[in-house]
Design a protein around this ligand. Structure first.
Ligand SMILES: NC(=O)c1ccc[n+]([C@@H]2O[C@H](COP(=O)([O-])OP(=O)(O)OC[C@H]3O[C@@H](n4cnc5c(N)ncnc54)[C@H](O)[C@@H]3O)[C@@H](O)[C@H]2O)c1
Length: 357
């Protein structure tokens, strides 16, 4: 659909300017968007970002609790006729302070490209849960040995489970998935949720070293530490591994990143801004390129089975807004969600005063 066609389709379903569509997590899921669609949309977004086809400033944030974050993530994707902002939080301490409450939560305000008016407010907790493993899978698709038989997951929380559930979409020949978490109960919950939906056998490990020694491709999703005390020693990381970090430089000794044969960042600009926030006290190695550029073939990828490849994806708004576009369109088509008045006080679209620009 062209931009004009899209706008008139939206206008038929929504009184733009007078109402917005509210989409809960369940509404987003009820659109029927598939895992494969999310992976494809995420790859397209990462490529568009690296080709500079989008507008996406590096995300800024505030940090109300130790090692917590709240990030503001706007993006405009002209080719998708999509724009909006995600407001996403990760508070690792929620687990202890508010049992049963998720550490990660996020919402998207999805806007009209023509007028800037809001079209929808949608849950983005679930979008984050699935698009983040999709970013890892884009890195793995282009940076790993695709014949890998072993996968490792460090951190068995929301991301751990979601990454394990989605990994066989790209690594189709996996035999064993090694997992590790500080908490035995988190590993047990992962096995219970994920074993029924993956073919490979999931094995709980006794420590980091066992995962790192056993798995060819390893993704990590631990709470991000501003001042990391990396638990994984350089000496444990052998040749040929592909390490995907969804948690910055939290897991591996600094020399691992610096000696990697290939080191990719989803957004160089984003990670450089994180240095200002104090995230990389040991510095960042020079990147081989961005993950989207790797996917687009614009920078060199893995050149031999022996290379150590590290992919550091902190997450980008373009991925969220790309998924939001699909979800919004489908929600309108299926009549999902709740329409809410935008101007509760007047009940009518606020008109610009005559004569005012
Ligand atoms: N890159 C991205 O796009 C992106 C998106 C979402 C979340 N994240 C990050 O992923 C990480 C995990 O998020 P989540 O939603 O899965 O959180 P979560 O709290 O659900 O999971 C974290 C897991 O790590 C375990 N853990 C904590 N400390 C540990 C340690 N020292 N050793 C081993 N295990 C430990 C916890 O027991 C828990 O199971 C966070 O850092 C979050 O910011 C990144």
């Amino acid at each position: 659909m062209s931009g004009n066609e899209t706008r008139s389709y939206y206008s038929k379903h929504l009184d733009i300017g007078n109402e917005i569509l509210y989409l809960s997590e369940q509404d987003c899921k009820n659109t029927g968007i598939t895992v494969q669609e999310i992976i494809d949309a995420t790859e397209k977004a990462m490529v568009a970002y690296s080709k500079k086809e989008v507008e996406m400033p590096a995300k800024i944030g505030v940090h109300p609790q130790p090692d917590s974050l709240m990030h503001a993530m706007p993006a405009y994707l002209p080719n998708e006729y999509a724009c909006g902002i995600k407001w996403g939080a990760n508070f690792p301490t929620n687990r202890d302070r508010y049992p049963g409450i998720t550490p990660t939560n996020a919402q998207i305000i999805y806007n009209d490209v023509e007028s800037g008016l809001p079209l929808a407010i949608m849950d983005a907790t679930w979008i984050t849960e699935v698009r983040t493993p999709a970013t890892a899978l884009v890195g793995i698709k282009y940076g790993a040995n695709l014949g890998a038989k072993t996968f490792g997951m460090i951190g068995c929380g929301i991301q751990g489970k979601s990454n394990v559930k989605m990994i066989e979409n790209i690594l189709k020949g996996l035999e064993t998935i090694y997992v590790y978490d500080l908490h035995e109960s988190a590993m047990d919950a992962l096995v219970k949720q994920c074993q029924p939906v993956v073919n490979a056998k999931i094995v709980k490990c006794a420590g980091y070293e066992e995962v790192v020694a056993s798995a060819e491709v390893i993704t990590s999703a631990l709470p991000i530490a501003h001042k990391p005390e990396p638990p994984v020693k350089d000496a444990w990381v052998g040749k040929g591994k592909t390490l995907v970090c969804l948690d910055c430089h939290t897991v591996y000794e600094d020399s691992v990143y610096k000696r990697a044969d290939k080191y990719y960042l989803d957004s160089v600009e984003q990670h450089e801004l994180l240095i200002d926030y104090g995230y990389y006290p040991f510095g960042l190695p020079e990147a081989t390129g961005e993950t989207g550029a790797l996917a687009a073939g614009l920078v060199p990828g893995r050149e031999s089975d022996d290379e150590l490849v590290v992919i550091n994806n902190v997450g980008m708004a373009v991925e969220d807004i790309m998924c939001a576009r699909i979800i919004f369109d489908r929600a309108l088509e299926k009549g999902l969600g709740l329409k809410l008045p935008l101007w509760a006080s007047t009940g009518a679209l606020k008109q610009a005063e005559p004569g005012r620009r």
